[in-house]
Design a protein around this ligand. Structure first.
Ligand SMILES: NC(=O)c1ccc[n+]([C@@H]2O[C@H](COP(=O)([O-])OP(=O)(O)OC[C@H]3O[C@@H](n4cnc5c(N)ncnc54)[C@H](O)[C@@H]3O)[C@@H](O)[C@H]2O)c1
Length: 398
């Protein structure tokens, strides 16, 4: 099948693209390379050395992978080129990773808030409008986030896969039941863009019968898949800085360089996680099980386990004999939350999760320790504050 992978040069997109090529699909990577540019602006680099997109593609062909092509295109700003691309490539499916994905980066300043909204909401809307203009029947697989459900208390309720069945009271005292989109509760401007994406999908699915699978993904940990390990030029990125580094990968890197593990707040925040290998597998499963024509947006919770941040820090500290440092929380969020998640859709489709217990130590030894000397310690602190109040708390602590 012809698949466009939007954002295919990124952390989740690159291993996904090579996996789809390996599975025999005809892959076109579309990316504006904005993530690499943000690294330059922030003065940081991936812990792992990453090759240019052109070297990645050459390396992939040299190790015997099915050739992929690359189109340098900004989906949020180059509508006509995006539409021309759809008309010339006529893809059957599009995997959409192409968004600004860091909550802390989105909260850095009004400029990064506006950039995140412009980029993410326009990009998703351009894609939907271009599919309508092209007249093609394309299945979109979009990477959303578990964060759309919010990280407040769900009072022990299990978070369903996207839709909630509610009872609506009638004036005559009776009730009818309805399945509605689960209410959203974004915790950052980034998360807010993902909740807006959901509404865009809902609308275009209803109005234009666009087929969409929205993957509400947990925090991705790990770095490589078997395929990206085939050649050093295929290596995936590993972000550890205060804006883009995700919590578990940061702990692993901190443990590798003997830096006390940074827990912000009490550590009682519960989050959902998934290994990069499983993320890649889930996207393939979603592509292979598209919604039927006329079916409403399919929503899967793409996560395999939930953990409290403090519990994760203790796990990594015990494995690596590290210290833990409790710091003021730059985020405005609940001190503690529950998170019980229904993820049956992927398990029923055959996903065999990589658990933390299987993969953690290998990740510390193979990746974080191997590249520890590339780490710039000055980039580790999380300095993007959600409000002035959090900014002052961080300043007072420094
Ligand atoms: N990494 C995670 O833990 C995680 C968790 C949940 C959801 N997600 C979602 O998965 C998707 C991919 O995340 P990632 O970690 O790979 O991020 P990433 O920043 O590494 O990759 C995103 C890619 O999209 C490209 N891009 C951004 N805006 C673009 C535009 N307007 N036009 C073309 N290309 C553009 C970037 O250059 C980059 O290569 C995001 O939508 C993110 O919200 C990621």
């Amino acid at each position: 099948m012809k698949v466009l992978v939007l954002g295919g040069d990124g952390f989740c997109g690159w291993p996904c693209a090579v996996n789809l090529a390996e599975a025999g699909h005809d892959v076109v990577i579309v990316d504006n390379l904005s993530r690499r540019k943000i690294d330059i602006d922030l003065g940081v680099e991936s812990l792992t050395p990453i090759a240019t997109i052109h070297d990645r593609l050459r390396a992939w062909e040299q190790v015997g992978g099915r050739a992929m092509s690359f189109v340098h295109l900004d989906i949020a700003r180059e509508y006509d080129r995006l539409l021309d691309l759809l008309r010339s490539e006529r893809p059957e499916a599009i995997v959409h990773f192409a968004e600004q994905r860091a909550a802390p980066y989105s909260m850095k300043s009004s400029a990064t808030k506006r950039y995140t909204v412009d980029n993410n909401v326009n990009g998703t809307h351009n894609l939907l409008a271009a599919i309508v203009d092209s007249g093609l029947d394309v299945h979109i697989v979009h990477l959303g986030t578990m964060g759309v459900y919010g990280y407040g208390s769900h009072r022990g309720a299990t978070i369903p896969e996207g839709y909630l069945t509610v009872e609506v009271p009638q004036p005559d005292g009776t009730c009818f039941t309805e399945k509605i989109l689960h209410p959203t509760d974004p915790g950052s401007v980034y998360h807010m863009t993902k909740t807006l994406d959901q509404l865009l999908f809902f609308y275009y699915n209803k109005n234009d019968a666009i087929r969409v699978t929205d993957l509400h993904q947990g925090i991705v940990w790990g770095t490589n898949t078997d395929l990206t390990q085939r050649d050093p030029r295929l290596t995936n990125r590993f972000d550890y800085d205060g804006d883009y580094g995700t919590v578990l990968n940061r702990f692993l890197m901190q443990a590798a360089i003997g830096y006390p593990l940074t827990v912000h707040g009490t550590g009682g925040q519960t989050r959902a996680f998934i290994h990069i290998r499983d993320s890649v597998r889930c996207v393939q499963l979603a592509l292979e099980h598209p919604p039927e024509p006329g079916e409403k947006v399919k929503i899967f919770n793409q996560m395999t386990e939930s953990h409290q941040v403090g519990e994760l820090a203790r796990k990594v500290a015990a494995l690596t004999d590290s210290q833990i440092n409790y710091l003021p929380n730059p985020r405005k969020e609940a001190i503690e939350n529950d998170l019980i998640v229904d993820n049956r859709c992927f398990i029923e489709l055959g996903l065999k999760p990589t658990t933390l217990d299987d993969g953690l130590l290998a990740e510390v030894v193979d990746v974080a320790r191997r590249w520890a000397d590339r780490c710039d310690r000055s980039k580790i602190p999380c300095l993007s504050a959600w409000t002035q109040r959090q900014a002052e708390a961080i300043k007072a602590f420094a």
